[in-house]
Design a protein around this ligand. Sequence first.
Ligand SMILES: [Zn+2]
Length: 175
Amino acid sequence: MSIFTLQIDDATPCTKCAEAVPLLVSHCPHCSHVALHRLTFDQFFGEMEHGRIVSAKTGGLVVGRTTDEDDIPMYQHVKGNVFAAVGLMQGGEYLMSKAASIAHRERIDQINAVKGKAPASFPISLTALCSVINTNLMPPWSGIWIDWGQYVVNRFATAQHFEELEELNADVPME
Ligand SMILES: [Zn+2]
């Protein structure tokens, strides 16, 4: 009988001083810098099983939450089967896939340079290119699972250029 075992690190590097920060503490023991929220492999997939983390790797319009604040945690695999919250985004922003972020970086930079007050809502069409990552019915602190390098486009630019963003995102197939 084979037994599935998994090597899980018990620490991640401090984002400020790079010293090891044990998973069980909230601040770096060396420099006191606040540590990212981290989950082990089994904790992370437990959260997914309960629907408190969803994959956002396809890219798409992120919806959910009621405030204008960044309040949707983005998780990435750090290393050693440990996942960490690496940032926050908000509903109304467009998350590009990793492949589209790389392929269309220049155009997305141009689009994202447009800043302003985002509309409360805008119409979307349920076309074959439509991708929506919906956090509306998830608990307030639940989050999304992203790849390294996925581009987040601000809400105003998303509303202004929504159809083009959908085309750019769907233009590059997922690997
Ligand atoms: Zn540190």
